[in-house]
Design a protein around this ligand. Sequence first.
Ligand code: ATP
Length: 361
Amino acid sequence: MAKITLNNLAHSYVDNPESDEDWALKEMTLEWEDGGAYALLGPSGCGKTTLLNIISGLLKPSTGSILFDQQDVTELTPEQRNIAQVFQFPVVYDTMTVYDNLAFPLKNRNLDQATINQRVSEVAQMLELESVLNKKAAGLTADGKQKISLGRGLVRSDVNVIMFDEPLTVIDPKLKWLLRSKLKELHRRFNFTMIYVTHDQTEALTFADKIVVMEQGKVLQVGTSQELFEQPQHTFVGHFIGSPGMNRIEVTAKDDGFYAGNTRLPINKSSTPYNHAKSLSIGVRPEHVYFSDQGLDVKINKCEDIGRYKLANIQFDDTELKLLASSEQALPESSGRVNFDPKFTHLYVDGWRDNEWAILE
Ligand code: ATP
């Protein structure tokens, strides 16, 4: 397995990129630890597949370089990079048995039969394919075939990195959870460096130790699920992670504090001047907004019971906010006051979190 370094990497599909939009990947420098389980998470079109294809060698970046440990692999083919890749749709040899499909990458490397048997049986057991090992792959369902693809990706122990591009798309929802846990278990057991591409936050958060959140070709944050949840570095991360996502309130800075419209927010102003900022906003998750005796006067538009929680849609001036309360809590009916948990209230300057700012009140 290898540490992966991306140095000033950027990619454009057009010949002479001029504007920002011409770059499918904006310049990035990142280091991914050897043995780490990473997820690349972001909405459709944000550049996840482009980045994955650059790391695997299917695509050459317009600028920058890729290192596996100390070796510059930018000019190497996928085969020379020694990686395993699992795609969205199954890639199997229909006329071969499940066993032969799984053994294929090992036979190609001329491993001895005993090692092949051992690895195939280990992976087959993990993916619950033991009972169909002697069947032709053609007879399997889409789920079964994708399990073979996953198995083929996992069967070699000598690869630098294993990459998954939305591998559970064709998998039945009930099986998805099981396979995700299996991948996690495999990671714990063998310490592979793994990169898992998805637009589904649940998949990313359950699979990965570190999540790389992307939007419009940019990496906005690399962090654990807790870091993304508690300290989103960009408003997009706050909004994209969490269900519902982080509330965002546009504010202006005045001498005595932050204002949303004409309402002063119940938080302190930092001493930093924000004259240079094009936009200022406060971010706070629905979990960290609560009804209180003091605070902002709000109207309650709607309140829903969502299992263990109540979700209130509240409003002050023109700003709509979401508030999550426990299901036992009695909520006011039409109006009330709300406050924000200071530990989890953030200030964003032009979309980026001001890490110097902390609420003192
Ligand atoms: P999805 O989740 O839909 O697969 P993604 O996050 O993987 O999306 P990419 O497929 O990497 O995103 O696409 C990033 C940007 O590059 C998009 O604007 C896309 O239209 C563009 N793009 C991707 N492949 C090509 C290509 N072969 N030629 C030109 N533009 C491309």
